[in-house]
Design a protein around this ligand. Sequence first.
Ligand SMILES: NC(=O)c1ccc[n+]([C@@H]2O[C@H](COP(=O)([O-])OP(=O)(O)OC[C@H]3O[C@@H](n4cnc5c(N)ncnc54)[C@H](O)[C@@H]3O)[C@@H](O)[C@H]2O)c1
Length: 401
Amino acid sequence: MTTQARTLNVGVVGLGLAAASVTSATVGMPHVNLVAGADINPRALQVFKEKYGAKTYASIEALCDDPDIDTVWIATPNTCHCPHVILAAERGKHVIVEKPMAISLAEAESMIEAAERHGVQLLCGGSRSSSAVVRTMREVVGSGTLGRLRAMTTWSATDWMLRPRRPDELDISQGGGVVYRQAPHQVDSVRLLAGGKVSSVRGVTGQWMAPRHTAPGFFSALLECANGAIATLVYSAYGYFMASELFEPGASGPDAPGLQGRIEARRHITAGTRDEVATKEQRTLEAQRTGPAATAPRGARFLSDLGLLVVSCEHGDMRQSPAGIYIYSDAGTTEVPLTETRGAYAPELDELYDALVYGKPVLHSGRWGLATLEVCLAIMQSATAHRDIAMQHQVAVPSGV
Ligand SMILES: NC(=O)c1ccc[n+]([C@@H]2O[C@H](COP(=O)([O-])OP(=O)(O)OC[C@H]3O[C@@H](n4cnc5c(N)ncnc54)[C@H](O)[C@@H]3O)[C@@H](O)[C@H]2O)c1
């Protein structure tokens, strides 16, 4: 794509749950054209074609050979990210890859190297650092009105471990479990707020659901940032207490929405009576048919993957509010409403578009993604080694972002 072009012509590879949000985000973005989707599952291709009337391909190779496509969004399983990004870069496509960027630093390095060699942009997308909540909090921190940033706390409690899963999603050697899959949301967000660089990580992980003991469903981590701020991250994915309860009046108690479904899911997982692959596919096809609204968490500004985010500065705190964010200070409590109604994924497409068309700097670059992956890997490494892990690949938020 040249800098004169005014449309991103996008192909999406891996038409699953994540892709359902990507493809629906492209609708209503006049500068983004959804050209095609690729998947190895013919049923996913059929649903995609019925919904969007776009081209379909049975392989990433075929999609990347389409000259009408200049940008490829990779939403395949984690083990595919590295080969798929390299393949797309070799064919001259700009790439946005889902979190986690890769499952090892060596993979991430080879992806960055491929993008550089072929002169294409590589964006590491899909994390909640692109959300209006985090971006607005960053503006407040940057304005200095609350004094220096001192601490950040993210606390998420979801049912991630109860959802139907393919075996690779619960195999840590294939990028499974909540540290690989969910920590990037929290890590990316606190890195953005703290200027980008983490200096050391102490982490613990937990895996206490007997049939799903192959990958962590819990983690907690303490991050020391290069600017002196600290971040405490907690994620629990066993679906008893759901953090969304705190944001939805009436969401707790015996009739809480989703409660019976979670109890059922736990029973089936324990008894081994749910066909995981078939149920996952059913859920995926449904999400592609109906769009992300059906599966999105309720609560105006609550992002379940990120959880409750509390940002503490010298002279005040911030957290999500029903309409935006609350700012607590000696001036009282004010609510800053957020008017952006677009969901996740649109910001990444804009970020790539602005880089290609206006030459703006990219935040979620390959190097940024590698630094986030380094922190996620360190959480797991620290949990085994029982010590702090020093970071070596951190990058600052580029100026102008
Ligand atoms: N950003 C987010 O909020 C978010 C949410 C969910 C998943 N994800 C990420 O998206 C990725 C996919 O997760 P998911 O939950 O959507 O999984 P999914 O199983 O729903 O979708 C993956 C799709 O990829 C297809 N696929 C597998 N191998 C392929 C190949 N070689 N070529 C083409 N297609 C292939 C599968 O058939 C499936 O349709 C993961 O990396 C995950 O971490 C991100």
